[in-house]
Design a protein. Structure first.
Ligand SMILES: Cc1cc2nc3c(=O)[nH]c(=O)nc-3n(C[C@H](O)[C@H](O)[C@H](O)COP(=O)(O)O)c2cc1C
Length: 334
């Protein structure tokens, strides 16, 4: 019997370094109760030897939450899987898709697509030590390999050792010649490859990722896949999660932007008392008014004040005033 807890992965927010830290996740969770959240990638060595409280702790409100890990040492990965489970994470996800040079040097991320046996050993060691799902996030290929058979065999290797959920970024990774940013844009999206994988593996949970921005696109992909993962467009426009809540999860008690900020300021208050800098929280809210009247004022205000290293808590109070003014302006204009 499968004792693993069922997680709703219809829509998840992608792991993004320097973006989806615990403050961002807390903020996103204020907007959406139903999306699945992922941490930024954490290297196994940092998780094991680093300041665990700083690197791995999270607020219970962020759940359901997956820890994304980067590594290729099976013992370290097993240790981190156990740590993740003990800390209350709902899933552990291995990064097999990052093409950056630094990540390659440490032998994790997309270069591991070349080593299916090694990845299978790693996953096997993780699955053995924990009950939470061990999932994989990978690309559809690498360099000149963009081949259904290769990807399908890779997935089967991991399935055979216990991974049932695959997040497929629908573009290949170029392991040399492109910067990480170019690697998110230049290799062409190939959604069909992901659809074909789902078709060939109906028992696996296949989550599609890459370039998805609209609810209509989510609905289209859901005809062929089990869920979608969205990165940049949610970071740039976090309040778009409300539309996802309404249209995909059919919720109708969603908070206004003002309510979100009010709750975030309570969190900010607590966090500042613990020594967190205001800008570490508020920087994630730059896109809150995306597409709204006053969004430029909001962005300007944040960049003038919140990005300053010596930001003090009083500035948050000013922000509250701006939010309320913006909210009024929006009400007047709508
Ligand atoms: C700033 C940034 C940081 C990222 N960091 C990670 C990461 O830590 N782990 C990971 O698997 N993917 C990472 N990615 C890739 C995203 O998870 C996602 O696969 C990619 O952005 C494509 O989805 P999108 O088109 O919806 O943004 C990152 C992407 C961006 C833009």
């Amino acid at each position: 019997m499968d004792t693993k807890k069922k997680i709703n992965r219809k829509v998840s927010v992608a792991p993004m370094m320097d973006c989806t830290d615990r403050h961002d996740r807390f903020f996103l969770r204020l907007i959406s109760k139903n999306v699945m959240l992922y941490t930024e990638m954490v290297a196994t060595k940092s998780a094991i030897h680093g300041d665990r409280n700083k690197i791995l702790s999270f607020s219970p409100e962020e759940k359901p939450l997956a820890l994304q890990v980067g590594g290729s040492d099976k013992n370290e990965l097993a240790e981190v899987a156990k740590i993740a489970e003990d800390m209350g994470y709902d899933e552990i996800n291995i990064n097999l898709g990052c093409p950056s040079k630094k990540v390659q040097k440490n032998k994790f991320g997309a270069c591991l697509m070349k080593e299916p046996d090694l990845v299978a050993e790693c996953i096997h060691s993780m699955v053995k030590v924990c009950k939470i799902p061990v999932t994989a996030k990978t690309r559809i290929g690498f360099d000149d390999v963009e081949d259904f058979e290769y990807l399908n065999n890779f997935i089967h290797k991991l399935r055979d050792v216990g991974t049932k959920t695959f997040i497929l970024h629908a573009r290949k990774a170029m392991l040399s010649g492109l910067s990480p940013k170019q690697n998110l844009n230049i290799p062409k999206l190939n959604y069909n490859m992901v659809y074909e994988i789902k078709k060939a593996n109906p028992d696996l949970e296949i989550i599609i990722n890459g370039g998805i921005t609209k609810v209509s696109e989510i609905n289209d992909h859901m005809k062929f896949c089990d869920g979608v993962m969205i990165g940049r467009s949610i970071y740039q426009n976090p309040y778009s999660l409300v539309e996802i809540e309404k249209e995909i999860f059919k919720t109708n008690d969603n908070p206004s932007r003002e309510e979100v900020v009010k709750k975030l300021l309570e969190y900010l208050d607590d966090e500042v008392k613990k020594g967190t800098k205001v800008n570490h929280i508020m920087r994630h809210t730059i896109g809150l008014y995306h597409g709204q009247v006053g969004s430029k004022d909001w962005k300007r205000y944040l960049s003038d004040n919140m990005m300053a290293r010596d930001s003090d808590f009083q500035k948050a109070k000013h922000i509250m005033t701006i939010v309320q003014n913006n909210e009024k302006a929006n009400q007047v204009s709508s």
